[in-house]
Design a protein around this ligand. Sequence first.
Ligand SMILES: [Zn+2]
Length: 417
Amino acid sequence: MNKPLSINTPRLHQHIQALAQIGKLGETGVCRLALSKEDREGVDLVRSWMEEAGMTTRIDAFANLIGVWKGRNPELPVLMLGSHVDSQPYGGRFDGAIGVLGAIEAVQTMAEQGIVPERDVEVVAFCDEEGCRFNKGLFGVRGMTGKLEPDELERTDKNGVTRRQALLEFGVDPAEQAGYAFQAGRVGTFLELHIEQGPVLEAMDLPIGIVSGISGPLWLTVEMTGFAGHAGSVPMGMRRDALVGAAKIIVALNELASREPGAPTVGTVGSLQVFPDSRNIIPEKVAFTVDLRDIDLSRRQVLEQELFAALERVADEHGLAYTVREDTNSEPRYCADWIKRTMREEAEGMGIAPPPELMSGPFHDSLAMSYVCDYGMIFVRCLAGISHNPKEFSSPEDIALGTELLYRTARRIALQE
Ligand SMILES: [Zn+2]
């Protein structure tokens, strides 16, 4: 039996709906590109709710909105909660937004209960998580944690506007970034509530999940080369068909990633280029991408080795040469065991079915935070796994349960001495 919630559910949903009006796209969509006029309007509205909840607010030089709820002991490492409020150009109402608005709700609930936290609690709406405008995501959180690359302010959007210019238009002076350094150890814990953006919770018929970690992708570009010839005259036994070789590798990747039932491993070939791409020429060259993800790095590495063995075998069988370029090789970043345990205990206190542990395939602001502190994430079920789409939907009840678990977990950590 679910117990009554402590959070103010109507207020939370009123906030979600009000924010969704800014940059509204059709009936249910949202377009709030990072550092746009709409983004600023959204940030200002969210800021007013932070202040209503009793936080002092500021916007830093990376355009992160930060609300601070003062604790008894400013020496203790900060508990940080948050996510982002920027969206994709054809985005939904919940991606990012529930993590920020849920965090404000958690703090406001604690404040209204007369709780005084031991440590400072900060709620952050990170700037430009999505990365679609300047083609590089997690800007704000990487800025705050001191991980920006040297030329990032010179990146341009499709209209030629630099990020530097966009920050100025947003009302932030990027010159203030000079000399900034993240203070190691200042933040002890980061918690993020987010929609799942996948179909697993829905398939399990469960409202919320506890994230085990964010799986880093392995990205490869494979090029296989054979020999072109007339599709009408070269006998099958004499062909060196690069596309047949690529097809066998695509099937092999699919089988490798599906081999262990119940494992969260995923493997995808999403892009294919065929040369000379003509119906009556045997394909001479094929380039394709590989995306392989797993929360278990050693399992992913075994699969990677087997994929390379398959490449060797198929190339040999079809007389092909091949090259493999590694574009990205990110390691999985695990949520802290003590945070997952705290979440499990608090979920039990809520009287709900034990939330399952899920891997996150997509990255989130948490990914950057994972390099500076312990982190934990709560996933909320979403309809058919749809996200980055106006059809994105999570029910008010599920969001409320996720927010309640965020609140309870934050309360435990806020009160630790
Ligand atoms: Zn997001």
